[in-house]
Design a binder for this molecule. Structure first.
Ligand code: PTJ
Length: 251
């Protein structure tokens, strides 16, 4: 990471650090320039949420952990923003849940694909999928539809953080259990998810891992119970409410 000069006592330290990581990602050829815009959009929602994990997001993160542990074949999809923000944390989550990692880009270029695969390996990943690109998500244009047929193509559960709405909808239409991380509860991605996590990716991924560790010895019945109990509509409504309250909050 490049020199980051953020005073630790700054009230928005975490948020500024996150910005630097995204900037760094762009410099390293990992994150697209559009990724900077996406981050800004996310920050606006996070600011309104109070830059914290709200209780409904924590419940979603627990349900996500249970889904990943129940899966026959879980894949964590990695794009340029996620790779810049939480590379090591994603590797840990994959290890904890037995999921695979697959690089899957909206603005796909061979250079960026390779840079992200290398970046994840530097952060401890053994195998990273995405380069074979021998499968397709139906009903999407060519470049955006590419996946590995033995990765996302074959998965029963996929984690798609900060996903473009079209692709999130197309993946959901393939019948996969879709876990989305998106700070905007009104986005099509969050709306199409079985488990919408309305939280910042920098808090969400470590928290899913923490839940997965706690649930490591749970029975399949217990895990299924957590999944069944999770109410996606209620979680989306709670997040929207928290954001509306954030608009009226004095600071
Ligand atoms: O690396 P690529 O080519 O795959 O491109 C990745 C981006 C993110 C640029 C691409 O997928 C894109 O343009 O996404 P959108 O349509 O801007 O959607 C991104 C969503 O993620 C928005 O709803 C943001 O509010 C949300 N978001 C942004 N930053 C974060 C976030 N959600 C959680 N944590 C964040 N840090």
């Amino acid at each position: 990471m490049s020199d980051i000069d953020v005073p630790e006592d700054h009230p928005r330290y975490e948020s500024l650090l996150t910005r630097h990581r995204i900037e760094d990602g762009v410099e390293k050829g990992i994150t697209s320039r559009q990724g900077l815009i996406a981050q800004g959009r996310g920050e606006a929602f996070d600011y309104l949420l109070g830059e914290r994990t709200i209780p409904s997001a924590d419940a979603a993160e627990r349900a996500a952990a249970a889904q990943l542990l129940l899966a026959d074949h879980a894949v964590l999809s990695v794009n340029g923003n996620v790779a810049a923000l939480v590379p090591g944390e994603l590797v840990e989550l994959a290890e904890e849940t037995g999921a695979e990692l697959e690089v899957n880009l909206f603005n796909r270029t061979d250079e960026r694909m390779q840079a992200i695969v290398d970046h994840l390996r530097e952060h401890g990943a053994d195998e990273v999928k995405g380069l074979a690109a021998d499968g397709r998500i139906p009903n999407l244009s060519h470049e955006r539809a590419k996946v590995d047929s033995d990765g996302i193509g074959d998965a029963d559960v996929v984690l798609v953080p900060l996903e473009d709405g079209d692709r999130a909808e197309a993946l959901a239409a393939m019948g996969k259990v879709e876990i989305v991380v998106d700070l905007n509860p009104m986005s099509r991605s969050a709306q199409s998810a079985d488990v919408p996590i309305v939280d910042n990716i920098v808090r969400a991924v470590p928290n899913v891992t923490r839940h997965a560790r706690e649930l490591a010895d749970a029975s399949r019945e217990e895990l299924q119970g957590i999944v069944d109990e999770f109410d996606r509509e209620a979680a989306l409504a709670a997040a929207e409410r928290a954001i509306r309250e954030g608009v009226g909050r004095d600071e």
